[in-house]
Write a protein that binds this ligand. Structure first.
Ligand SMILES: *[C@@H]1O[C@H](CO)[C@@H](O)[C@H](O)[C@H]1NC(C)=O
Ligand SMILES: *[C@@H]1O[C@H](CO)[C@@H](O)[C@H](O)[C@H]1NC(C)=O
Ligand SMILES: *[C@@H]1O[C@H](CO)[C@@H](O)[C@H](O)[C@H]1NC(C)=O
Ligand SMILES: *[C@@H]1O[C@H](CO)[C@@H](O)[C@H](O)[C@H]1NC(C)=O
Ligand SMILES: *[C@@H]1O[C@H](CO)[C@@H](O)[C@H](O)[C@H]1NC(C)=O
Ligand SMILES: *[C@@H]1O[C@H](CO)[C@@H](O)[C@H](O)[C@H]1NC(C)=O
Ligand SMILES: *[C@@H]1O[C@H](CO)[C@@H](O)[C@H](O)[C@H]1NC(C)=O
Ligand SMILES: *[C@@H]1O[C@H](CO)[C@@H](O)[C@H](O)[C@H]1NC(C)=O
Ligand SMILES: *[C@@H]1O[C@H](CO)[C@@H](O)[C@H](O)[C@H]1NC(C)=O
Length: 703
């Protein structure tokens, strides 16, 4: 495939969402002072806590966290950094692996405040974009401060307007000393806290203004006059390298990229304000960034690192642009794919017979009834299961009689959803702008509060994509029946561009963290989170297939790049091989994170503590993309260390997931399980067919 350079500009569509979606307003309203300019407001982004509840919970830019503090005498924008030595491990800190770890929250190391701030301070976000937002804090009088929040920002930067600066610290200031100015117009201070950690404060004053800062008491630094347009920047470091970047700060990030063959290239260009000696600001890169940077990034690298809580060690670069190159799965379509060395796709007659025997039974399924559920998630899983069955009858068995038995049932089951006549139809929420379930916030995993949309809609997208592809090859034009509906689902979680005024750009995927966040508009003390890394990559795999079926090459390329990134991020953060160097060594033996928050990792799930749930929610569903991410090395280690010991006592659908996952390192063993005469359909997850399980394992088995 040849790349075009504007894949992030080409919207899937910019039309109004279909009129079948009733228009509604959300019960969670945008907080006062949120300046959206009637544009869609992101629901699953890092700054979400600033839009929810009392707006005072922290947000993580990595490596820093910041929050709106209304605490008496500490009003303003609070900043904290948690070094690894401050992490809290539990419940038994001495066990290995520990179940969880987190960073202490609410420690106001440094607060950007003002003598004019009191309990009447208010806060609102402006210029809300998927990689940035401006946090504006207003005094009850005319003054205000603005902090442009950009993930990875090297400095936490705050610009003051008509206010006397006052900086506070609950940790306490032990010492504040002036240091050599790095540049005309910039003053530099070293600020040592009572925990003996020294921060650096840079002050850039507009021409003609001056400011004296002095220590008023152990918790307070005050300025001697009001400033207007002065820029204050802090770093949790005293390294002189920041002198080169001080004065400049990022305000926004813009994506570009393309795919050529199996190489994906993309970059984030940071718009900046201010000026610095080096002509750039400083940006922190996470481990999965560093491992996919182009070689030209090396010249911008510094030797400065700061710990993050859940994303390993961040490395500081003096640059306004991150450029990446990585391998993307252009060569993976629907056919089973395996990265197990020495395997190749080939079905023996024995295997085909076994697949056929299973398919003959399973095409009889009552698709319409089985998918008639009150959950977009549950129904999506059923539809995707039958779509994969259709893939097998059409492409693997090439049995027209089986295909034409299943196809009409699957179409009409999908059409219940594409006509929006399911039990809880979707509505177009005009408040945040998105497609939400009309079930309440406790139902369907919080879909109506924007939880899990990429999981839920991802299943529907792939089901429709496979069905439309097979239908077209049989001469049909059913694609036209569902195209606008699927595109609306795709836009809801993955519209790429601000040209689409009906949905926020990339609701789910976080292009800095390199994966999606499942948490929607619920305030959360540990930030956004996600547990199912596998339903995450399957959602973008579904979009990749949908893009190829509809001829939307930009969508296909974006999805490929996301999948390339997900291979890096999943294997750095969520799926921990024994040689993982990113997560704490006393956590790695859990093999999977469980729930990964911005501030905490907890080896558990939202639906129970059974080990098979915790491990396999990171595997489900096992499809042709799984082996691109879940490597033979990792899956074998996880089996040896975690799953082998429990598989005999698991006798429900999780057993089928565990055993199909075995195909990711030992296809023969998996195939033996599914083809055994003692196999029971009770071992199938409701989203899994025996036909597909035999197909995926049998494709690479020597039977
Ligand atoms: C906050 O605003 C209210 C209403 O304007 C006012 O009565 C009160 O005195 C203010 N509080 C402070 C601390 O200024
Ligand atoms: C900070 O350093 C001083 C002097 O070295 C020492 O006495 C004190 O215990 C240290 N405090 C902390 C919190 O580490
Ligand atoms: C800043 O404070 C110092 C020491 O108090 C004083 O000598 C100096 O004149 C002050 N500068 C300004 C511009 O006020
Ligand atoms: C900025 O710093 C980087 C890293 O030290 C260096 O490679 C680059 O040449 C610098 N740019 C300028 C304009 O000084
Ligand atoms: C980084 O390198 C500079 C010299 O380029 C050195 O002065 C400084 O101490 C180093 N900092 C760290 C944290 O290693
Ligand atoms: C595929 O399997 C068939 C039947 O087992 C065998 O005859 C054939 O050689 C295999 N082809 C390849 C490329 O391995
Ligand atoms: C539909 O499914 C329900 C269970 O979900 C079952 O009770 C019912 O008998 C089924 N109806 C038909 C017509 O198969
Ligand atoms: C296709 O499946 C049908 C129904 O089970 C069967 O009768 C027929 O023989 C199969 N055709 C082929 C070519 O396998
Ligand atoms: C995916 O990640 C794994 C683990 O880091 C790596 O071994 C593999 O080469 C990656 N795949 C591709 C295609 O880059």
């Amino acid at each position: 495939m040849r790349g075009s350079s504007d894949i992030f500009a080409n919207s899937i569509s910019s039309d109004q969402p279909l009129s079948i979606f009733g228009r509604s307003n959300h019960e969670v309203t945008l907080p006062a002072k949120t300046l959206s300019n009637s544009r869609p407001v992101e629901t699953n982004k890092f700054y979400g806590n600033m839009l929810l509840g009392d707006q005072t919970l922290p947000v993580w830019t990595h490596p820093y966290s910041v929050w709106f503090s209304k605490d008496l005498n500490y009003e303003g924008l609070a900043v904290h950094h948690v070094p690894n030595s401050d992490r809290v491990y539990g419940p038994d800190a001495n066990s290995n692996p520990v179940q969880y770890f987190f960073g202490p929250v609410g420690v106001k190391s440094f607060v950007f405040g003002s003598t004019d701030f009191n309990s009447n301070v208010t806060m609102g976000l402006e210029n809300i974009r998927h990689l940035s937002a401006d946090c504006k804090i207003y005094s009850q009088n005319q003054g205000y401060i603005i902090s442009p929040l950009v993930q990875g920002e090297g400095f936490v930067t705050t610009v003051y307007f008509n206010l006397i600066p006052k900086f506070t610290s609950v940790v306490g200031f032990a010492k504040v000393t002036g240091d050599t100015s790095p540049r005309a117009g910039i003053n530099k201070y070293k600020v040592t806290l009572n925990n003996n950690r020294t921060w650096t404060l840079y002050v850039t004053l507009p021409t003609g203004q001056s400011l004296n800062l002095s220590l008023q008491d152990g918790n307070t630094i005050v300025g001697d006059r009001s400033v207007n347009g002065a820029v204050f920047q802090v770093v949790s470091s005293t390294d002189a390298v920041f002198d080169k970047a001080a004065g400049m700060y990022p305000t926004r990030g813009t994506l570009s990229g393309s795919v050529d063959g199996t190489t994906g290239s993309y970059s984030v260009t940071y718009s900046t304000a201010g000026s610095s000696n080096n002509g750039t600001t400083a940006m922190f890169a996470l481990p999965h960034h560093v491992s996919s940077f182009t070689s030209s990034m090396a010249q911008y690298k510094t030797n400065i690192t700061l710990d993050t809580i859940t994303k390993g060690t961040a490395t500081c670069y003096l640059t306004n642009k991150f450029s990446f190159e990585l391998t993307v799965p252009s060569n993976i379509g629907l056919d089973p794919y395996s990265s197990v060395p020495g395997t190749w796709l080939n079905y023996s007659n024995n295997v085909k017979n076994a697949i056929y025997n299973a398919a003959v039974e399973e095409v009889k399924g009552d698709v319409l009834n089985e998918s008639n559920l009150d959950s977009m998630y549950g129904a999506g899983k059923i539809l995707a299961k039958y779509a994969w069955l259709l893939y097998v009858t059409h492409y693997v068995l090439q049995n027209n009689s089986l295909t034409t038995q299943l196809l009409p049932k699957l179409k009409s089951a999908i059409e219940r959803f594409s006509k929006n006549t399911q039990k809880f139809p979707l509505a177009y929420d005009q408040t945040w702008k998105g497609l939400i379930s009309t079930a309440d916030s406790a139902a369907d995993y919080g879909n109506s509060y924007y939880n899990d949309h990429h999981f839920h809609y991802g299943y529907h997208v792939i089901a429709a994509a496979i069905t439309a592809k097979v239908d077209r090859e049989l001469g049909g034009s059913w694609l036209n029946t569902v195209k606008d509906w699927v595109n609306d689902l795709a836009r809801d979680f993955a519209t790429p561009s601000d040209d689409d005024t009906y949905f926020p750009a990339f609701r789910s995927f976080d292009w800095y963290n390199g994966h999606s966040w499942a948490k929607g508009i619920f305030a959360s003390g540990d930030g956004k989170d996600q547990e199912s890394s596998s339903e995450d990559y399957n959602a973008y795999y579904g979009l990749k297939i949908w893009g190829s079926v509809t001829g939307d090459s930009s969508l296909e390329q974006r999805s490929l790049i996301q999948l390339g990134i997900l291979n890096k991020s999943c294997n750095s953060y969520f799926l921990m091989a024994d040689d993982n160097k990113v997560q704490p060594s006393n956590f790695i033996k859990n093999k999977v994170t469980g729930i990964l928050f911005e501030n905490k990792i907890d080896h558990t799930t939202y639906f129970g503590n059974n080990l098979e749930y915790i491990q396999m929610i990171h595997a489900i569903p096992i499809t042709s993309i799984s082996s691109f991410i879940r490597t033979p090395t990792f899956t074998r280690e996880e089996w040896d260390q975690k799953l082998k010991a429990i598989v005999d006592s698991v006798n429900d659908g999780w057993k089928g997931i565990i055993m199909l996952n075995v195909a990711l390192f030992d296809p023969n063993k998996a195939y033996e399980f599914f083809s055994s005469s003692s196999f029971s359909n009770n071992y199938l997850d409701n989203g899994q067919s025996k036909t597909w399980s035999l197909t995926y394992s049998g494709a690479f088995a020597s039977y």
